[in-house]
Design a protein around this ligand. Sequence first.
Ligand code: PLP
Length: 449
Amino acid sequence: PQPNPEAGAAVKAADRDHVFHSWSAQELIDPLAVAGAEGSYFWDYDGRRYLDFSSGLVYTNIGYQHPRVVAAIQEQAARMTTFAPAFAIEARSEAARLIAERTPGDLDKIFFTNGGADAVEHAIRMARLHTGRPKVLSAYRSYHGGTQQAVNITGDPRRWASDSGTAGVVHFWAPYLYRSRFYAETEEQECARALEHLETTIAFEGPSTVAAIILETIPGTAGIMVPPPGYLAGVRELCDKYGIVFVLDEVMAGFGRTGEWFAADLFGVTPDLLTFAKGVNSGYVPLGGVAISGAIAETFGKRPYPGGLTYSGHPLACAAAVATINVMAEEGVVENAARLGASVVGPQLRELAARHPSVGEVRGVGMFWALELVRNRETREPLVPYNAAGEANAPMAAFAAAAKGSGLWPFVNMNRTHVVPPCTVSEAELKEGLAALDGALSVADEYTR
Ligand code: PLP
């Protein structure tokens, strides 16, 4: 790409004048003006290229500008750009069929939304109406979206400003051995005690008041804590025992990210509702949805479902999903994530951890990995405090700046960096990115003590 700094300056100036950005103090941010993107890379107007180890916001599972998906969107735009949700439309029918074919168990009906948060909103509404109960149990260290209900069930600081509407939401602790809430020393203890804690929470809230338990199959933004064997099966059992709807949020973990179509497949668990977005069409056009079990679909067989969206199952978004799923199936994208995750990312991150005192733990699967950075490996003190900002966050800011300086765009959240490149990433690209990460971790090492 030809550098064009003047064009970049104009894009930046209009952004600074008029774009109001998510989750940000508007005057304290400095967004990079991006000129283009392809595959695993994007570049700015000065001609600097970055290897994207963040997949945007962990959603470009097939990379940027996949030609077959771009062509499918163009074809759909020429044929039928939009059509209202009450009609049967080819792209929508086919997307629903392809998704239902891949979701676990009997999750065979698909309600389409515009993204992840509204998928979660609708899953909760379905659970409440299906059970006639008011409460939702969700985990601390989770993220479920930015709309009112979704942010209320979120278990991170983004919830706090919107907490006026938490009625009916109760948080519990999910397993996380590295920072165990249960004084556990093994995965078995962590699993058993987390399940005991959840059952006690249900008992004290009143089982007959709990409509749903919602969990990210593998919590994403909160730290990629792969649950211990038996945990999700145990939650499934508790839901069955107490008549509670089990919702798995696969907005981030779904569609190949973990090296399976859905992370639930890693654990052999079938929820009653499964939410998806992001990877369903790599975010080329906004799309999310809820995959619905036979029993819950039946609740709304004769009784109308009281919810909908103007753009539910938008033809452009659905055509992008059809093309994305076909590309993933035909080009072995899910297998690529599984294979390179196991043979390259996992082993090389462990090798980095052995050499860098700032790395407290490496965990993950497929193209879904976290490095937890610490001041001190013995005490496990995080490299920056929980929800740090400004000066307190300086070590993570220095780490991120070092990565970017060597052409790697990292995903950074609190004291963690996540290695979450596109599932189409090549072995050579991974090696290039991991070498840059090695250098940036040396900067983090300077803050250890
Ligand atoms: N659920 C999970 C697990 C997510 O990771 C996200 C977004 O990161 C959401 C829900 C919200 O999705 P969206 O930003 O598309 O509304």
